[in-house]
Design a protein around this ligand. Structure first.
Ligand SMILES: [Fe+2]
Ligand SMILES: [Fe+2]
Length: 165
């Protein structure tokens, strides 16, 4: 995929609106304990979760509630990285141009490099948050959602849906 195409895709996702019926669906899937963690995410993060949920619902006949929850919340940790939308757009662009260009840029901007490192930790950060909310099994799935060989069978199905968004 070309660098400009990646940036376009990124901005398309950042700008997406959210319909009332989608927020209602998120509340129904997550319940009152987990919904606030979703509702307080930036809009582009909520948009991504809802898109992954829609893909899960399209791919699966009767998806488990846990899988649908993971679809909505798997990238929860990204919002805590301190990366602005502009930062992320830049990182996506530079990484798509070449890893060497990205490395050179990170040496010039240590603050950006720190935020990017935290952003790349988003699976662990999100899992920790969910554990604090008492959602241990969901936390397990979120913690491994970028793993090559995830332990939980639902994680593989989450990855399939995430890849399409
Ligand atoms: Fe992720
Ligand atoms: Fe994702």
């Amino acid at each position: 995929m070309g660098a400009m195409h990646r940036v376009e895709q990124f901005w398309r996702h950042s700008a997406g609106r959210i319909q009332r019926v989608e927020s209602d669906r998120a509340l129904e899937v997550l319940g009152p304990n987990l919904y606030p963690a979703f509702a307080t995410l930036p809009r582009n993060e909520r948009r991504h979760g809802l898109d992954v949920l829609a893909t899960v619902d399209r791919l699966e006949t009767r998806p488990e509630r846990l899988l649908r929850q993971a679809a909505l919340l798997h990238d929860l940790g990204k919002a805590r990285s301190g990366m602005s939308v502009l930062d992320r757009s830049q990182a996506v662009f530079l990484a798509a141009v070449s890893p060497a260009v990205l490395r050179a840029y990170l040496r010039l901007r240590p603050g950006f490099a720190r935020r990017l490192a935290r952003y790349r930790d988003h699976a662990a950060v999100g899992a920790q948050h969910l554990r604090q909310l008492g959602a241990a099994e969901l936390a397990g799935i979120v913690s491994e959602h970028h793993a090559r060989r995830p332990a939980h069978p639902l994680t593989v199905r989450l990855q399939l849906a995430d890849e399409r968004n």
